[in-house]
Ligand binder design. Structure first.
Ligand code: AMP
Length: 186
């Protein structure tokens, strides 16, 4: 099973991704988590990413594509994966097609979790207080929502046209949403 999770910041992609990965026994690749790890380790990628992430802007496509090209080649990715937070732009989606073609991987589904924006901002402000994530402050949260609607939402049409898009309502109890997702993936 190879999946992409799409949805605005705060919709619960990370939480659902973990549950879906357990169900299918596939790996969860969150580019936000990978980039935060690179930043903490002060690698070259981490140093490049930091200024973009702190502003709530997207890290350049070539950085993401190089990083994911390496990551998807690894042994643990050969049984399947869920991509959480990648691709985020049309050029990244195009690049991902090439990466997957080279590995003879096919995509099963791009799953979009949906929710209204005001609820999401409140949820993220709470998360920021709890986790201390430096990009979960109200201004940066708004900025990240804007980036999603401008740069990432066009991917919905991109995958819809390929007949790969499934949309799931992301509002409700965590187990209930997981059930909805598993139902559309059947
Ligand atoms: P996330 O944890 O998915 O909300 O990502 C946190 C931040 O990491 C984003 O605001 C971006 O700065 C950066 N990031 C994560 N994934 C990508 C991506 N696919 N393309 C560009 N930037 C990304």
């Amino acid at each position: 099973m190879r999946l992409i999770f799409l949805g605005p910041p705060g919709v619960g992609k990370g939480t659902q991704a973990k549950r879906i990965c357990e169900h299918y026994n596939i790996i969860h690749l969150s580019t936000g988590d990978i980039l935060r790890g690179e930043m903490a380790a002060k690698t070259e990628i981490g140093e490049k990413a930091k200024s973009f992430m702190d502003k709530g802007a997207l890290v350049p496509d070539d950085v993401l594509l190089g990083m994911m090209n390496n990551r998807l080649k690894k042994d643990d990715a050969q049984n399947g994966y869920l991509l959480d937070g990648f691709p985020r732009t049309i050029p990244q989606a195009g690049g991902l097609i090439n990466i997957m073609d080279d590995l003879s991987h096919s995509l099963n589904c791009a799953l979009s979790l949906t929710a209204d924006e005001d609820g999401l901002v409140q949820r993220l402000i709470k998360r920021g207080k709890a986790s201390g994530r430096s990009d979960d402050t109200p201004d940066i949260i708004r900025q990240r929502q804007n980036v999603y609607w401008k740069q990432t939402a066009p991917l919905l049409d991109f995958y819809r046209k390929k007949n790969l898009l499934k949309e799931v309502d992301g509002i409700g109890e965590i187990p209930e949403i997981t059930d909805r997702i598993l139902e559309v993936l059947k």
